[in-house]
Design a protein around this ligand. Structure first.
Ligand code: SAM
Ligand code: SF4
Length: 350
């Protein structure tokens, strides 16, 4: 297995003192304030992107997934713990039945400050306006190539025009500012970087290029296909001119932002492998089957579904979540060969 470079180092964890974890400001043992949850609404998807899942993939039986009611109970507990950022993802969130009701429930949480969704965009032409009316604020849309044949090859059968229509609908509905995502995969779309980056010249969009991360059954392919941020920047600058750092070079969420000369929009790089941002992590993930996943790239999870189905009270649930967050790992250990083995990305909530 190829070793990957990791630059982030863990500080010393402090001893568990409940006093540090006030009810509306949930801290982990490293003092990070955890207030952002990415919610996988389903492990299912209407695409099969090569970097995300194998072509023959077995989805979980519906009975294993949190029901709408269970999901709302968990999210209310998280809201009571001070969570204020909620991202709906998957799998493909737009294939979850009852999506609009779920968005309404999230929007009615007393602490909800940001409600966003990551989607492949295929269903946005129909759903963008209803989602906006239900309370969704923004979308991140995945688009890995502007060449229809390459797009189809990366996604295994996707139709690029559906995504372009979805982006237009999202903009029309006011799900803005629009953010677009591309995972860069050697042999599939590394030549497309300049064309994708050039979208920011004429649109006020944020285009984010993502280093591929390794998971379970797909890890060998993912590790052999990685294109680092350094190479991405070199390819874009060679074609389009110098990139100027935005935001004083500081992270914006997980992305480092740059601007092309005269561009309306910005370009972001999510460098989870070459420049990890674990020190500023503020998030956990809720899997569709009700596990609180503490770090994207570690298998540590805490089951919330079983206690819920055994009749846990709201207080029990809050205590369980608070204690789980205290145990959130510092960050990934890919450089030491530690790769998450139990789930692929679509099951976690990317
Ligand atoms: N289906 C939606 C979509 O594709 O946008 C949401 C779920 S998808 C798992 C969320 C994000 O994770 C997408 O931007 C996708 O490109 C990214 N992603 C999937 N597999 C990845 C991997 N192995 N490494 C890095 N990013 C990945
Ligand atoms: Fe589906 Fe998103 Fe994974 Fe592609 S990246 S297979 S669209 S979940």
């Amino acid at each position: 297995m190829r070793m990957l470079p990791v630059l982030d180092t863990a500080p010393q964890a402090v001893a568990d003192t409940s006093a540090l974890a006030a009810p509306t400001r949930t801290l982990d043992a490293f003092g990070r304030h955890i207030h952002y949850v990415r919610i996988s609404l389903t492990d299912r998807c209407n695409l099969r992107c090569v970097y995300c899942m194998p072509e023959q993939v077995a989805f979980r039986p519906s009975a294993e997934l949190l029901t709408d009611e269970e999901l709302v109970i968990v999210l209310r507990a998280m809201s009571a713990l001070g969570f204020d950022k909620f991202r709906l993802t998957g799998g493909e969130p737009t294939v979850r039945p009852g999506l609009l009701d779920i968005v309404r429930e999230v929007a009615s949480l007393p602490t909800a400050r940001e409600i966003t969704m990551t989607t492949n965009g295929l269903r946005l032409a129909q759903l963008a306006h209803p989602l906006k009316r239900a309370g969704l604020q923004r979308v991140n849309i995945s688009i890995d190539s502007l060449d229809p044949a390459k797009f189809k090859r990366v996604t295994r059968w996707g139709n690029l025009q559906d995504v372009l229509d979805g982006i237009a609908a999202a903009e029309d509905a006011g799900l803005t500012p629009i953010k677009l995502n591309a995972v860069v995969i050697r042999g599939y779309n590394e030549d497309d970087l300049p064309a994708l980056a050039a979208l920011t010249l004429d649109h006020p969009w944020q285009f984010r290029f993502i280093e591929v991360m390794p998971f379970a059954d797909v890890a060998d392919f993912q590790q052999s296909a990685i294109v680092t941020t350094r190479e991405m920047i070199a390819r874009i600058e060679a074609a389009l001119g110098p990139l100027t750092p935005e935001n004083g070079g500081q992270l914006d969420g997980e992305a480092r932002l740059y601007r092309l000369p005269g561009a309306q929009g910005v370009i972001g790089f999510i460098s989870s492998i070459s420049q990890p941002f674990c020190h500023s992590c503020s998030r956990v993930r809720l899997t569709a089957d009700g596990k609180l996943r503490l770090c994207l790239l570690k298998d540590d999870e805490v089951d919330l579904r079983a206690p819920l189905r055994r009749g846990a009270t709201a207080d029990d649930l809050q205590e369980l979540i608070r204690r789980a967050i205290w145990r959130k790992p510092w960050g990934h250990e890919l450089a030491n060969g530690v790769i998450p083995t139990r789930r692929i990305m679509s099951e976690i909530g990317g």
